[in-house]
Ligand binder design. Structure first.
Ligand code: TRP
Ligand code: ZN
Length: 874
């Protein structure tokens, strides 16, 4: 067992020392890198100096130029403590470390031939002894030394101060970052790359040099990321009034990276998956994500870097806000509705699940053992929804006034979520005292709404009720502030304004707004001519589960007439979900009524955005449906329900899908929003056509899979061939593999397609693919493509004989030593063990117990396993 102990948000203490500046000299070597750190420290409170450090070999310590004897300090596997230090002093520490042995990809490590770093959250302590906490801000000067041949580029944060030659073929570069920063934003890269250069002139007149570094031979795949970066810089100036603050902005793409990307000051390091894109090898999905991750990391420069977190419990301060900003960036540049629906789906298929599980936590957690476990959909995505609710409540103008005050007050500081809310509050004299509960309460609130109409008086009565289920360690919940956007429609499908309820206001989005901030609320509208159909929670205006009394006719009306595009999509989802749940309840195939089919047919023919149409025809997945069965999940009935619903839609609308498919051009070389939307709808049509008429469309799919030059088309066909087990499947897989075997990011699509397959032999396939020469447990992208995909394929992962469980268990054991962060991300499906039948519960619980016995269990896993196994009486 590891000895990491829980930390509590309430225990925060300011640091005992501050570090004004740090000079690092890093002599890179594959197995013995030498790090010399010279720091200027000042005392803030009494006591000893304890620096964080892990997996380091301490070489020497000097205080004010004097080498300290070994008895002057204490070294543990986590820290270096010097008992007696003056109030102001220089400390010089030399450590040695082995980057080649670092498979956890935290601290300094090798990615392919290059050296790179990942310091968030607590990785800097694996480079040198330091006050590794976000509220210690220092000015960094970094000298990087390495062989010139193998490492022509030596990069770090800030501005390049000097370069030069050294003996034995080595060279150096010294970088200076004038902005004081916490150690988690430190970065270093050394390697041989192809370099793309551009520039951007800010509104303030600063000419910023932009540089993108990619593996040799990949230059052509970097242009889109560079263009996205310039769009992000311009957007942040226009929408938020925020301009870049250094003369240089560098982005480096590496193949070995645990997450998406990292916002290190002036030197972002990216998973190459979110940089490299060209039509032949990247899908439209890839392009969209490159742009949003490039945006996300850039936007952190203000929300995260200039204003950072006081402690890691405040992570949502930077992540929730920055996700909100990147969502707005994508929405302003592309289809707002499509991006909003994507975000809603993430909430419903992943975040609600987390909020209902043993690791449920508020967006600002109270208790953390391993910080890496809290980079979650709750902190990021629910965090962004909380910011979005503030935006809904205040409106764009006042929200921006709050942002301006936040910046004015806190630029250059390490602050808390409370500081952010206070700025929003003070800038607008807007009381957010109840709203703060979103930061302290975990769990997904449930809102129920009922209406009754009195034709005689013309009065419409609405009753709203909210309740949040208990979560571990939070048994009682208080009401939260739920902004509910809504629109009312008359029976002709025209939007009508409801009048007479003082609690309701007109909202700038075009909808009406009521704020539910107590357990119940009653509204009375008058002069209502006929009973309206009301779309509640429009645009998913709060991260809650909603229960209404809408009938299937009401939903059809909204699907055909709602002015908000997201509301149309939502109506379709509710129609599908009702059919699916009925199917599960009756253990009969799902059916759609003739009028529901008519309503869906009308969608295909309506003048709507094709991207929206494609989403309207994305049926709820088995995983989304599972959410409705928190106990004894009826897996077989769920499988029958989703399969039969897809069949029903495919059969009923086959000729319409065919017409639509024929009319849409693939436009392989066009990357406009319009062309992407057309391809998305075309793919949906082909999906249903190949389901309804596999033999007729086998050929079409096969042909499309063999077209080269557009990965969206190629991967789309591959997915259909595999999902529907078409006769062309084997050939399509083989050709794809032959064509792309040397392009790892594309091979990931090949691995994922097979891991996502619904076919019963999927477990065996995945087990075989583990042996594939292009697969490696050391590369997180490979692991996510094959194994995270498989573990999310609930119907196959939970195969009755437990083969899926055994497979994943073996992998997690190996990753426990190789890469605990990745291991911990894979454990998610085991966390849900209480949701299944007795036999599966026993097997899943047994896996958790086996893991708990593993020698040297990583704290990441230990924390999650303990919470999963804890008795659930809250
Ligand atoms: N701050 C990074 C982001 O924007 C998150 C991140 C990147 C990260 N790499 C990491 C977090 C490694 C923990 C560990 O979103
Ligand atoms: Zn982020």
């Amino acid at each position: 067992m590891s000895n990491k102990t829980a930390k509590y948000r309430s225990d925060y203490r300011a640091p005992a020392f501050s570090i004004e500046r740090v000079n690092l000299t890093i002599e890179l070597d594959d197995v013995a890198t030498l790090v010399r750190s010279k720091m200027r420290l000042s005392r803030r409170t009494s006591g000893a100096l304890t620096l964080d450090g892990e997996q380091l070999k301490l070489v020497s310590v000097q205080l004010n130029g004097e080498t300290l004897d070994a008895d002057a300090y204490t070294v543990t596997d986590k820290s270096l403590t010097i008992d007696k230090v003056p109030d102001q002093f220089e400390l010089e520490i030399v450590t040695e470390l082995d980057p080649s042995a670092n498979s956890a990809l935290e601290g300094l490590y090798k990615s392919g031939g290059a050296f790179c770093t990942q310091c968030e959250a607590e990785g800097f302590r694996r480079i040198t002894y330091y006050l590794d906490r976000p509220d210690v801000l220092a000015v960094f000067t970094t000298t990087v030394i390495a062989e010139r041949e193998r490492f022509p580029y030596l990069l770090s944060n800030g501005n390049l101060e000097s370069t030069g030659e050294l003996e034995q073929g080595r060279h150096y570069a010294t970088w200076h970052d004038p902005h004081p920063k916490p150690a988690y934003l430190f970065a270093l890269v050394a390697g041989d790359f192809d370099r793309l250069e551009d520039h951007y002139v800010t509104t303030e007149g600063r000419n910023v040099r932009l540089e993108l570094f990619v593996d040799k031979g990949n230059l052509a795949r970097g242009h889109y990321a560079m263009a996205s970066l310039k769009r992000a810089m311009q957007w942040d100036e226009e929408r938020f009034g925020l301009a870049y603050d250094l003369d240089r902005y560098m982005v480096v793409a590496v193949d070995f990276f645990n997450m998406g990307a990292m916002e290190n000051k002036g030197l972002n390091i990216f998973n190459s998956k979110y940089v490299l894109a060209e039509p032949a090898s990247a899908t439209d999905w890839d392009y969209v994500h490159v742009e949003s991750v490039i945006g996300h990391e850039y936007f952190h420069n203000w929300t995260g870097n200039r204003i950072t977190c006081r402690d890691w419990f405040q992570l949502s301060l930077k992540e929730g806000l920055t996700v909100f900003r990147d969502q707005e960036f994508s929405s302003d540049l592309g289809s707002r509705a499509v991006h909003r629906i994507d975000a809603i789906r993430v909430m419903r298929s992943f975040q609600f699940n987390e909020d209902a599980g043993p690791m449920a936590h508020p967006i600002r957690p109270d208790k953390v053992i391993e910080m890496n476990n809290f980079y979650t959909v709750t902190v990021y995505n629910k965090g962004a929804e909380v910011i979005r609710m503030l935006h809904t409540l205040l409106g764009e103008h006042k929200f921006q006034l709050g942002m301006q005050l936040y910046r004015k007050r806190h630029d250059g500081q390490a602050v808390t979520c409370e500081d952010f809310i206070a700025a929003m509050e003070d800038a607008n004299q807007f009381d957010l005292s109840l709203f703060r509960r979103w930061y302290s309460q975990a769990g997904t609130p449930e809102v129920a709404i009922s209406q009754s109409y009195d034709a005689a008086t013309g009065e419409l009565h609405i009753k709203l009720h909210q309740q949040t289920p208990a979560t571990p360690e939070q048994s009682t919940k208080q009401p939260v502030v739920v902004p509910l956007l809504f629109s009312a429609y008359n029976q002709a499908g025209e939007r009508v304004q409801l009048k007479g309820a003082s609690q309701v206001q007109q909202h700038e989005s075009g909808s009406q707004l009521v704020v539910l901030d107590s357990e119940t609320l009653q509204l009375t509208f008058n002069d209502v001519e006929q009973e309206p159909v009301i779309a509640w929670l429009e645009n998913f205006s709060a991260p809650v589960k909603l229960q209404t009394q809408l009938t299937t006719q009401d939903l059809e009306l909204l699907l055909g007439h709602a002015e908000q595009e997201v509301t149309r999509w939502e109506a379709a989802q509710q129609i599908y979900l009702a059919a699916l749940r009925e199917s599960v309840a009756q253990q009969q195939p799902a059916v759609l009524s003739a009028s529901q089919i008519d309503a869906l047919r009308a969608v295909l023919e309506a003048p709507l955005d094709n991207g929206l149409k494609a989403l309207i025809f994305a049926l709820p997945s088995a995983e989304e449906l599972l959410e409705y069965y928190p106990q004894q999940a009826p897996l077989a009935a769920i499988e029958q329900a989703v399969d039969s619903l897809a069949q029903a839609v495919a059969k009923a609308l086959a000729s319409e899908f065919n017409r639509c498919f024929e009319a849409l051009e693939a436009r392989a070389d066009d990357l406009s929003n319009k062309a992407m939307a057309d391809r998305a709808l075309r793919q949906k049509c082909l999906y249903f056509l190949a389901l309804a008429k596999p033999h007729q469309f086998n050929e079409v799919v096969e042909q499309q899979a063999l077209i080269q030059g557009n990965m969206t088309l190629q991967q789309g066909a591959l997915e259909i061939a595999v999902q529907h087990q078409l006769p062309c499947q084997a050939r399509v897989l083989a050709e794809f593999e032959a064509q792309w075997q040397d392009t790892p990011l594309v091979m990931d699509k090949w691995f994922a397609a097979q891991a996502n397959a619904r076919h019963p032999d999927t477990v065996d396939k995945v087990a075989k693919l583990l042996e594939h020469s292009k697969f490696s447990l050391r590369n997180p992208n490979r692991v996510y493509a094959l194994l995270a995909s498989f573990s999310r394929n609930s119907l196959r992962f939970h195969q009755a004989d437990g083969a899926g469980y055994r497979l994943l268990l073996g992998i997690i054991k190996q990753l426990n030593t190789l890469n605990p962060q990745v291991a911990s991300r894979l454990i998610t499906p085991f966390m849900q063990w209480r949701r299944f039948d007795t036999s599966r519960q026993e097997m899943l619980q047994d896996c958790l117990l086996q893991l708990q016995q593993v020698e040297n269990l990583a704290p990441d896993l230990e924390e999650k396993i303990a919470s999963a196994l804890a008795s659930d009486d809250t």
